[in-house]
Design a protein around this ligand. Structure first.
Ligand code: MG
Length: 215
């Protein structure tokens, strides 16, 4: 099947990990657990790590084991300044050059995705934002997140390229039949393509789209 969609992860994929956004989200998650479950900070840290390991994200573990309001959680953990992100004209040019429809597929919520894309100056390139709410609060790397995303796009997996900084999040995508591109990931993580920054994506998409493979 021809490639119809480029599915972009958001955080640590469209900007450098060193910006520290995910680190700030991690701190907010721990504060949320302290405030909501009444734990000490070190206990909250242990719980967040365990849930991330066992369930894919802290949100998924919290939903499975506690009565929490997922929308309030998402608003809380993303409630901080994004001053560390700046417009990226090179990325803007790169995205404009890619001849395939672009979609955000993120474990965050839409409000955070909109803010990040506005800060980077690249909002205009994405036809859709598929957030964790849109896939019934199931986080990557849990399979129903991916099948839910495909259902919303009315697409099959082999029509999609997934671009992600998490090797763990690419495994279900690969198993379903998506082409996978790992950005700034661990060297031993499996993916069809490895790049160091999102700005290296152009030649990868050229290779994938060679011989008319992109619809
Ligand atoms: Mg990410």
């Amino acid at each position: 099947m021809p490639i119809r969609y480029l599915l972009f992860d958001l955080d640590d994929t469209l900007y450098q990990r060193s910006a520290g956004v995910m680190a700030q989200i991690g701190r907010q998650i721990r504060h949320y657990i302290v405030e909501t479950l009444g734990l000490a900070m070190d206990e909250a840290d242990t719980l967040a790590r365990r849930y991330h390991h066992d369930y894919g994200t802290s949100l998924q573990g919290l939903l499975a084991n506690h009565q929490i309001d997922a929308d309030k959680y998402l608003a809380f953990v993303h409630n901080f300044s994004l001053d560390m992100l700046a417009p990226n004209p090179a990325l803007d040019d790169l995205l404009a050059s890619l001849p395939v429809e672009k979609v955000i597929f993120t474990n965050a919520d839409r409000a955070h995705a909109e803010r990040v894309l506005q800060r980077l100056g690249i909002r205009r390139h994405f036809s859709q934002i598929i957030d964790v709410v849109a896939v019934d609060y199931v986080s990557k790397p849990n399979l129903p997140a991916y099948t839910g995303c495909l259902r919303l796009l009315n697409a099959s997996a082999d029509e999609c390229v997934m671009i992600e900084d998490s090797g763990r999040n690419l495994q279900p995508a690969a198993a379903l039949g998506m082409v996978t591109v790992l950005v700034d990931g661990a060297p031993d993580d499996r993916a069809d393509y490895h790049i160091d920054t999102i700005l290296e994506l152009g030649p990868v998409i050229d290779a994938i789209c060679a011989d008319g493979a992109c619809g």
